[in-house]
Ligand binder design. Structure first.
Ligand code: CAO
Length: 428
């Protein structure tokens, strides 16, 4: 029997872009085989087959925008016994936690702009719920209202709906704009100057993808909200390099130098909890997190993403290395789930595989610090008046000066140096 399959319930997410079609007409698929991949502003998500069968028609194309209930594929179903369940399964299958935030073009406030391309911190949502009386968690708005909101650059989650079930009406958007314009604390909207570059020479225009736009806004949000200070330091790396060779020989596999760095940073963070905290939305306090989910910046063909290693402080060097490899691999294939992008507490951005020494990483808001790691280099130091070659790891710690001061940051980096030069560190 032929059956048209509709887009399942994706929580509050709609207008998702089809970025991959995983099947062809005529393909036989099993339950859970991926059919298509959709992209929200924060993550890519697969829509799997809920039943065994044969693909008879593909209704959507790459680049189409789809929402819940829209038909996307037609299948000849093999097993009809669970037919009545199919719709139900599909509408429940995708976790309701996947949410698409509207672009945050107007808002540059603390904790209201999370780095979607970096990580999406669950705590951020919690903070917003605690401190903002205006924030809607469920957004009811029709397509015309959503379109208008996009044109205005309004984040619908900030708008109070006056329609039935708090549905947002066009008049609510106008009211929202009026409030912003008359507010004494009008937020800045930063634009580029509008220049006709073609008047100077030939140009092409490349539109940012949804992903790139979110990244752009989030980086801007972080840069504008956080008074960044970056502290550079040189850390002795000879012991780690030696240990790495031993680990690789014993385990008979490659271990990333980054795994040792993550391991050492999680150990150092235990003594410097401020670096693993988040400032509250109302700027009247901060949350100390009793867990370390270590974000790792991963460079991909479509942009920078920051999945995080959950409970990184409880893992061995080998486990961390495996996690980095697995997350980086998933990131490249756009297969990271929302859970892997949420809940980070501190980030490491490693350019160690490339050339260059020291840089100033941008904090992954609502986190308060990020460690930039560069490629090691050889240096000569005097030991007992004898010159000795030593390997140095250049690191750069950007921190939020509202909560962390310079001495605290330097002491953290000194601690990191102690940890990385002590063999007992790596015996967890
Ligand atoms: N010093 C010297 N060499 C290093 C090093 C360091 N700090 N870090 C890694 N390397 C070497 C490794 O030894 C390996 O070389 P060999 O194969 O010869 O051993 C090579 O670089 C690649 O390392 P790796 O495969 O172990 O990768 P990684 O774990 O270091 O990095 C990842 C993984 C995902 C972090 C990285 O691929 C990446 O995407 N980095 C970019 C991050 C980025 O763009 N940050 C943004 C900066 S601006 O905001």
């Amino acid at each position: 029997m032929k059956k048209v399959i509709n887009i399942p319930d994706l929580g509050d997410a709609d207008n998702l872009e089809v970025i991959e079609i995983c099947v062809n007409e005529g393909d036989e698929v099993n339950i859970d085989d991926p059919l298509i991949v959709l992209e929200s502003e924060k993550a890519a998500m697969e829509i799997p087959a809920s039943s065994k069968g044969k693909i008879t028609s593909i209704i959507v194309s790459n680049g189409d925008e789809v929402s819940k209930g829209m038909p996307f594929i037609e299948m000849e179903l093999e097993d009809l016994s669970n037919l009545s369940e199919i719709e139900e399964i599909q509408s429940n299958e995708i976790p309701a936690t996947i949410q698409v935030d509207e672009k945050k073009e107007i808002n540059l406030n603390q904790n209201e702009s999370d780095l979607g391309t970096f990580s999406d911190n669950e705590e951020d949502n919690k903070l917003s719920a605690d401190f903002s009386s205006k924030k809607n968690t469920k957004i009811y708005a029709g397509p015309a209202v959503r379109k208008l909101a996009r044109e205005f650059g309004i984040d619908l989650s900030k708008v109070v709906g006056t329609g039935p079930k708090n549905r947002i009406l066009k008049s609510d958007l106008h009211q929202f704009n009026k409030e912003i314009l008359t507010s004494k604390t009008t937020n800045l909207r930063l634009d580029q100057p509008d220049i006709d570059f073609s008047s100077f020479g030939p140009v092409t225009y490349n539109k940012f993808s949804k992903f790139e736009s979110t990244s752009l806004n989030n980086l801007l949000g972080s840069w504008n909200n956080i008074p960044h200070v970056t502290q550079h330091s040189e850390i002795e790396f000879d012991l780690v390099s030696k240990l790495r060779r031993t680990f690789e020989e014993n385990l008979d596999k490659k271990i990333s130098p980054l795994a040792f760095i993550v391991y050492a940073v999680t150990t150092a963070l235990n003594d410097f909890p401020l670096l693993n905290s988040s400032i509250s939305k109302g700027l009247d306090g901060y949350y100390e997190k009793k867990f370390i989910n270590m974000g790792i910046a991963v460079d991909t063909d479509y942009g920078l993403v920051v999945p995080n290693i959950k409970s990184a402080s409880e893992l061995s060097v080998e486990q961390i290395s495996d996690e980095i490899r697995s997350l980086a691999d998933k990131a490249q294939k756009r297969r990271l789930g929302p859970d892997q992008l949420k809940g980070g507490t501190f980030t490491i951005s490693s350019l160690g595989g490339f050339k260059g020494k020291f840089f100033t990483p941008i904090i992954n808001l609502p986190e308060v610090a990020i460690l930039g790691v560069s490629k090691t280099f050889k240096s000569v130091k005097m030991i007992d008046e004898h010159p000795q070659e030593t390997e140095i790891l250049p690191v750069s710690l950007s921190y939020d000066h509202r909560i962390i001061n310079g001495v605290y940051a330097v002491k953290f980096l000194n601690k990191l140096d102690d940890i990385m030069t002590s063999i007992s560190t790596f015996e967890r």
